[in-house]
Design a binder for this molecule. Structure first.
Ligand code: S3P
Length: 434
């Protein structure tokens, strides 16, 4: 088990590029495999999660070639969705996106497949996809009432189109249904209580699939095959968030992140840091499949804010590091409506609240969030990452502001989303700390 040791740093002045967006990398692979020809992907994220999606597709006969040393440039031979029955169960590792999006695709294939995962994924609910995909005609069996992994999907060549009122704002659920909708007759639609990230809709449209949004409902028509096109993956705003918070919370710091995804369904972290007092400038290029550009953030004396309601899906993965920003800010920050955090790679509400308290912060936990009374000095401690990459990285950032040493145990899980994080952290600490 790898330990990551972090010490207090005084100031950061850095220009950073972050690896490719995780959500978009998964989709680039999956959708190009469903397409009618060759697609080249650039900027692909070579993290464990996305490599699990790649291995799954290869196990089902999709040809994927790596074109450069870094592994970020790929060529995928689309097979119009003609996937082969894999010989063995597919291991999705730690990746909920792999399991849920693949479930949507496999629902419309005429064979039976088992999907398994690691200890963390094996605790996560799959009934949120099993229920709608079951209504469309697939049979999905998992463990217990919450249908936890391993799950077995018995698909069908032709599914039934449905309208689904999703009880959760989840891009994984929405995407699973839309992908199954490609194998259904007629129009399949999903309504969400709040809009979740829209990478699936954007990328399918970019690949000339007709997807329409009417108010809070997204619809797709069955029988369409994505057109093969090259896909550029922008840097991951969720990975950038760690450096953005590190700079925002220090009045003498400034960080520029280049070529990062700036899709408005993902940039809630920038809005919140702006509300807390950080100065932010953005340059956005909207010409590709996804908006992307450069962000510069300059630190300030942060103050507390309220985070909740419709903005939660746009920053759901950034809440652990925003909680760290709140602990470093003056005054009270309240996070509400974030109960989804309890079913991520760990129960992020209780793990964040517990870790921050152990570092000296004042935190009250709620069923759907927490209240953080910022400004108390933080001190280093030992943190168990519990197999959750965003917990490991968020507490590494907290460690940059804490007296003494912060030790993150089990930090190898960072590889699931951000290979290179530890190197970047060392650079920031050694080269740029004055
Ligand atoms: C993701 C959607 C979100 C997010 C996850 C990636 C995606 O999950 O937390 O890290 O790629 O669609 P939910 O769909 O469960 O909200």
């Amino acid at each position: 088990m790898a330990d990551l040791r972090v010490r207090k740093s005084e100031k950061f002045l850095a220009e950073i590029t972050v690896p490719g967006d995780k959500s978009i990398s998964h989709r680039a692979l999956l959708f190009s495999a469903l397409s009618n020809g060759i697609c080249e992907i650039t900027g692909f994220l070579t993290s464990e999660d996305c490599l699990a999606t790649m291995a799954a597709l290869k196990a089902m006969g999709v040809q994927i070639e790596t074109l450069d040393k870094s592994g970020t440039h790929l060529r995928v031979q689309g097979c119009r969705g003609d996937l082969h029955d894999p010989e063995r169960p597919i291991d999705c590792g730690n990746s909920g996106t792999t399991m849920r999006l693949l479930s949507g695709i496999l629902a419309g294939r005429p064979f039976s497949t088992t999907l398994s995962g690691d200890a963390s994924l094996s605790k996560r609910p799959m009934n949120r996809v099993a229920i709608p995909l079951g209504q469309m005609g697939a049979e999905i069996q998992g463990q217990g009432e919450r249908c936890t992994p391993p799950i077995t999907i018995k698909g069908r060549e032709r599914l039934q189109a449905i309208h689904y009122d999703s009880p959760v704002a989840s891009a994984q659920v929405k995407s699973a249904i839309l992908l199954a909708g490609l194998s259904a007759e007629g129009r399949t639609s999903v309504r969400e209580p709040m809009p979740s990230r829209d990478h699936t809709e954007r990328m399918l449209r970019y690949l000339l699939v007709k997807v329409i949004r009417e108010g809070d409902t997204v619809s797709i028509w069955g029988g369409q095959v994505p057109e093969s096109r090259d896909i550029q993956v922008p840097g991951d705003i969720s990975s950038a968030a760690f450096w953005l918070v590190a700079a925002a919370a220090n009045q003498r710091s400034s960080v520029t992140v280049r070529n990062v995804g700036l899709n408005p369904t993902r940039t809630g972290v920038l809005k919140v840091l702006g509300r807390m007092g950080a100065r932010i400038t953005e340059r956005i290029d909207e010409s590709g499949c996804e908006p992307m550009g450069d962000v510069t953030i300059t630190g300030a004396g942060l103050h507390g804010t309220e985070i909740g309601g419709g903005e939660i899906p746009s920053l759901i993965d950034e809440l652990p590091v925003l909680a760290v920003a709140a602990a470093l800010a003056k005054g009270k920050t309240t996070i509400r409506d974030a109960q989804e955090l309890r079913v991520k790679e760990s129960d992020r509400i209780s793990v964040v609240a517990d870790g921050l308290r152990r570092m000296g912060a004042k935190v009250e936990e709620f069923a759907d969030g927490m209240e953080i009374m910022g400004g108390a000095p933080l001190h280093g401690t030992e943190i168990q990452a519990l197999g959750d990459h965003r917990i490991a990285m968020s507490f590494a950032i907290a460690g940059l502001f804490a007296d003494g040493e912060t030790v993150i145990h089990d930090s190898e899980c960072i590889e699931t989303s951000y290979p290179g994080f530890v190197h970047e952290l060392e650079q920031l600490q050694t080269k740029l700390t004055l």
